[in-house]
Design a protein around this ligand. Structure first.
Ligand code: ADP
Ligand code: SF4
Ligand code: MG
Length: 319
């Protein structure tokens, strides 16, 4: 049984102008100890998917399909059970989460809070556990006495990681955990996440718009476009879907200044979820679209080497 299983998950926001289908028919799984990366441009539904895992979406949001955490249906959890699961079994590190630290409370007290709330450590042992957690994320134990404003952005994100680890969850969901950090600090934080999940056997679902962040940290990648997964496969293989290929080509090559000056990006934007194109939703931007692509919608299909892709060309190549 997978640690996390999404089965045909669709998420629809309800707003004054109607319904916003932000996630559409996503099926994915994360095995114990595995790191899965979800990549896609802004607006592709990544954060919506992340928030649904622990029922953090607005109340009137419609969720179809199933989310199973260690076999347990998240939608069916009673409030008390859900509270216990948050942090203790699965914890989420959000984009810019460092800004969510309480500015008037010392770091140590903030890390200790989930330990005490979830009775992971009695009050007399919490201080030692906080010191150990800070050391695990590369901060000296005396930092427990600091206030958030006394730390740099990278140090604050390390504190968020310590909080996510505090209750020893089996799954960490990290939504753009390094986006707000400069490149050097980003690399340090990524290395830290990678080492911690490997040494603790924690599963990771890491979300980013930046393919280079995920390629190095994750075993497998899922590429999202307009609320759908359009490709899945090992992170060290070659992409098959034209959108994934365009995402990969958009990243400058380290040491090649010409690629930084002229990245091969995609024109246009993700479609508005309320006005999705017909057929393959990527067809208006697809550089290799066929005439049929505006009418035929292709589902994810096997594309070799533990890979799936949703593109008519991938199917034609395999026939
Ligand atoms: N609370 C909300 N109400 C209505 N629409 C939303 C809400 N949050 C996100 N959306 C829309 O859902 C789509 C997916 O957003 P999001 O999950 O934030 O994407 P990503 O994290 O990939 O940038 C976008 O079109 C966004 O505008
Ligand atoms: S199905 Fe057609 S439009 Fe969609 S990605 Fe493949 S070639 Fe492009
Ligand atoms: Mg997001």
């Amino acid at each position: 049984m997978s640690l996390l299983e999404l089965d045909d998950l669709s998420i629809t926001y309800r707003i004054a102008s109607g319904e916003v289908p932000a996630v559409r028919g996503v099926s994915l799984s994360v095995e114990a100890g595995e790191a899965l990366g979800i990549v896609g441009e802004s607006g592709s539904g990544k954060s919506t998917l992340a928030m649904s895992l622990l029922r953090l979406l607005p109340k009137d949001t419609r969720i179809d399909g199933r989310i199973l955490l260690d076999g347990e249906d998240v939608a069916a959890m009673k409030w008390g059970r859900l509270r216990a699961v948050r942090w203790a079994e699965a914890s989420i590190i959000f984009q810019g989460a460092q800004h969510g630290l309480n500015p008037v409370q010392r770091i140590g007290e903030q890390i200790a809070e989930p330990l005490l709330v979830h009775r992971i450590a009695p009050p007399e042992k919490a201080r030692a556990r906080v010191a150990a957690l800070l050391e695990q994320v590369g901060l000296p134990a005396w930092r427990a006495r600091s206030y958030p404003h006394e730390l740099s952005g990278g140090q604050r994100q390390r504190v968020m990681i310590a909080m996510a680890l505090a209750c020893e969850p089996r799954l960490i969901v990290a939504d753009e955990p390094t986006t707000a950090l400069d490149l050097m600090v980003q690399a340090q934080v990524l290395t830290l996440i990678k080492e911690l999940i490997a040494s603790h056997g924690i599963s990771l679902l890491m979300i980013s718009h930046d393919l280079s962040v995920l390629a190095d940290t994750c075993d497998r990648l899922a590429v999202m476009y307009a609320g759908r997964v359009v490709e899945t496969g090992p992170s060290n293989g070659s992409f098959q879907h034209p959108y994934s290929k365009a995402l990969a080509a958009a990243f400058p090559t380290v040491g090649d200044p010409s690629s930084r000056l002229a990245p091969k990006g995609l024109g246009g934007d993700q479609p508005d979820p309320q006005q999705l194109p017909t057929g393959c939703v990527f067809h208006p931007r697809c550089p290799v679209a066929l005439d049929t692509c505006s009418t035929v919608d292709i589902e994810l299909r096997p594309a070799g080497d533990r890979r799936t892709a949703a593109c008519v060309l991938v199917l034609e190549e395999r026939c």
